[in-house]
Design a protein around this ligand. Structure first.
Ligand code: ADP
Length: 672
């Protein structure tokens, strides 16, 4: 088993885009996603390489043995290269003799085909079945399948045919011929074999290179097809039909067992889904099957270590064609050598044993525990179970089980994440809007505050001299002859000084807004009093609509009188030809609402934003100070209330008029 320091497959975090394709394709469910980080649980990994094949981001890293191989060939010690029989499917661009010469150019002392190992192993299988006609076996050279059985169907480990892999068998053959001190490097399409090579039972292969790594070594050492002279042949010993071994069912064909396929005694399965189903159902679905010939890939030419972009069919036909031509091209001597191989290597032990390596993930979750996880994923009822597979698990329930086992995050559920994002987006929009409002209000109150300061300063300075001026003007006026020019001029002075007084008092009101003295007040009575003392212009009708359930509110009555006076005076001024002013009073348990409507000229759209600005007035000089609404706004805000205005000044759009609505909290906010 690979150690954590030297894992077979790792995930490159920066490259992983969390598409969960590898989670979906991993037959061992060995990929864990926790806190948004995907990683391979090493003891669960069977090395099938599916995660590499489906990763569009190249976010998987496979342990690289090129440096180890370079160290061996550079050491000057005898190092044999052993080429998997699928090489014709990978190196369709390089003819075999040239490939052999290129591998030798890297420094390998000899280059061999592995097909003889397959021949010997196939024969072992045949012997096994002959010896034990009733025995049932999972016959596979595939280390990923071995791992799957040992880890996930440990009870079936006893069915694994106790026969060496062709790779290790061939390594033994080479050491038999070339000496026990020989180093052996296997080159093939399979990444699972990298693991087999360091499995304790197989210490006989020094390094396992993928075809991709071999190409990398050629690249690094600048070995090109045209930089070498093609070799005549591989180095002996030669193999026979073992050359078709990578093709699914090839092992049985090599063992001469193929015709039994039709009898149902032999079941052949290949590829990610088929192999898992075939193993999981070995006892149930195929109780009569004696042989289960399984490969985790579509054949040993479809592994993750291949770089070929050809279809599986093309690769398969290249291997068959090569095997056919190879055997047909043997001379007498080679034929005799192949025929005598079994006898020659009869003393090599080709047996092995397997031990279970059960990978359990704790006990099963209870219904309650699963329901809780599903709730977290926003799945409250059957209809929420979309079973869309986006998380990498076939069903929502499988996903929940994986979350329980610590293999997955509940955030991997795409529909629920989209829903959460949608809600978060809505909340963000809301808070953005309130922030905008708050910003606007802040700007306004900032503007008002500085204006208030300025106004207070000026009002204070001007008020006293103005009072003295008025006093003296009135004194002189009393002593003046009534019909005289001076009397008339003095009256003008007193009029204008009085106007200044009004402006000053408006300014002082505006500046004094920060103090509110709340007292429980009968709002309906207050309104009645204001209406009683407010002069009503000719042609104006004032209506009161009192819907207050509870008329008492804690307000500063003097200030609210001022608010009502301002609104009533504005309303009347907007109706020079007469009309109706309606004062509506309503409430909730928390607030009181005052509505002042008129049927006047209305406020043009372009003035709406400026209404509450101090000194904004559309009235003639001498008629308005532009402070009424600014003061009103200030008083309402100091009461922690709201003032809004609706108006229509466009006759074409309907009856013109304006409504001011003021909402005041019924009670003063007291510190908790
Ligand atoms: P002033 O009344 O001194 O002009 P205000 O602050 O009270 O100052 O009002 C500012 C402006 O708002 C007014 O000049 C007027 O144009 C507009 N306005 C206020 N109330 C009304 C209303 N009920 N109908 C039409 N316009 C109004």
């Amino acid at each position: 088993m690979p150690s954590e320091e030297n894992p077979l497959v790792t995930i490159i975090g920066e490259k992983c885009r969390m598409c969960y394709a590898c989670v979906r394709e991993c037959p061992a469910k060995a990929i864990q996603v926790v806190d948004g980080q995907a990683s391979v649980i090493q003891p669960r990994c069977i090395g099938c390489g599916n995660c590499l094949l489906v990763c569009s981001q190249n976010a998987k890293h496979v342990r690289d043995d090129t440096q180890k191989a370079f160290a061996l060939v550079d050491s000057g010690e005898k190092t044999a290269a052993m080429l998997a029989p699928s090489f014709p499917a990978e190196f369709s661009d390089i003819e075999p003799g040239r490939l052999v010469a290129m591998i030798r150019a890297l420094g390998f002392s000899s280059v061999h085909e592995m097909s003889l190992g397959a021949d010997l192993i196939a024969h072992e299988y045949a012997k096994l079945l002959e010896r034990d006609p009733k025995g049932r076996y999972i016959t596979t050279p595939c280390p990923a399948v071995h791992s799957y059985v040992r880890k996930y169907q440990p009870a079936l480990t006893r069915f694994l045919a106790p026969v060496l892999s062709p790779m290790v068998a061939m390594a033994r053959v080479l050491r038999h011929d070339l000496g026990q001190d020989l180093h052996v490097v296997f080159i093939g399409p399979c990444i699972a074999k990298k693991r087999a090579s360091i499995d304790l039972t197989h210490t006989e292969v020094d390094a396992v290179l993928t075809f991709a790594e071999l190409r990398e070594m050629f690249e690094q050492r600048r070995v090109k097809p045209d930089s070498v002279e093609a070799a005549d042949d591989f180095d002996p010993p030669y193999g026979g039909v073992g050359a078709v071994f990578p093709i699914s069912g090839g092992l049985l064909q090599t063992a001469g067992l193929q015709e039994d396929l039709l009898s149902g005694e032999i079941v052949v399965a290949e590829g990610r889904d088929e192999f898992v189903d075939a193993i999981n159902e070995f006892d149930v679905a195929h109780p009569d099957a004696r042989l289960l010939d399984v490969l985790s890939c579509q054949g040993c030419f479809a592994g993750a270590g291949m770089t070929s972009s050809e279809t599986n069919l093309q690769r398969r036909s290249r291997i068959s064609r090569y095997a056919k031509n190879r055997i047909a091209g043997f001379d007498e001597e080679q034929r005799a050598e192949v025929a005598g191989a079994r006898e020659r290597y009869a003393d090599i032990d080709l047996s092995r044993s397997f031990r279970p390596d059960a990978q359990t993930l704790g006990g099963p979750a209870t219904v309650e525990e699963l329901r809780e996880i599903l709730e977290r994923m926003g799945k409250h009822s059957e209809e929420d179970f979309l079973n869309c597979g986006a998380c990498g698990y076939d069903t929502c329930l499988d996903h929940a089980r994986a979350v329980y086992a610590g293999l997955a995050d509940s955030e991997m559920c795409l529909p629920s994440t989209i829903e959460q994002l949608r809600t978060a987006y809505g909340q963000l929009e809301d808070s953005h809007r309130s922030l905008e409002d708050a910003k606007e209000a802040l700007e306004k109150s900032g503007r008002l505050a500085s204006m208030g300061q300025l106004a207070a300063g000026i009002a204070h300075e001007v008020n006293n001299p103005l009072g003295i001026l008025l006093l003296h003007a009135n004194l002189v006026l009393e002593e003046c002859e009534e019909q005289s020019q001076i009397h008339e001029d003095l009256e003008t002075i007193v009029d204008q000084a009085n106007r200044c007084k009004r402006i000053i008092s408006g300014l002082l009101n505006f500046a004094r807004q920060s103090r509110v003295v709340r007292q429980p007040t009968d709002l309906a009575g207050l309104v009645k009093k204001v209406l009683h003392t407010t002069p009503v212009n000719e042609g104006v009708e004032v209506q009161v609509e009192d819907q207050l359930k509870d008329p008492v509110a804690e307000i500063d009555s003097d200030q609210i009188v001022q608010v009502l006076t301002n609104l009533l005076s504005n309303a009347q001024q907007a109706m020079p030809e007469g009309g109706t002013v309606a004062v509506g009073l309503s409430d909730t348990p928390e607030e009181v609402i005052i509505r002042v409507s008129d049927t006047g000229s209305g406020i043009p759209e372009e003035n709406m934003a400026k209404l509450f600005d101090p000194f904004f007035t559309t009235k003639q000089v001498g008629m308005g100070t532009g402070l009424g609404l600014a003061v009103t706004h200030g008083i309402v805000k100091m009461h922690r209330g709201q003032i809004t205005v609706e108006s229509n000044s466009d006759r074409k759009a309907g009856p013109t008029g304006t409504t001011f609505t003021i909402k005041l909290p019924r009670y003063e906010e007291r510190p908790a």
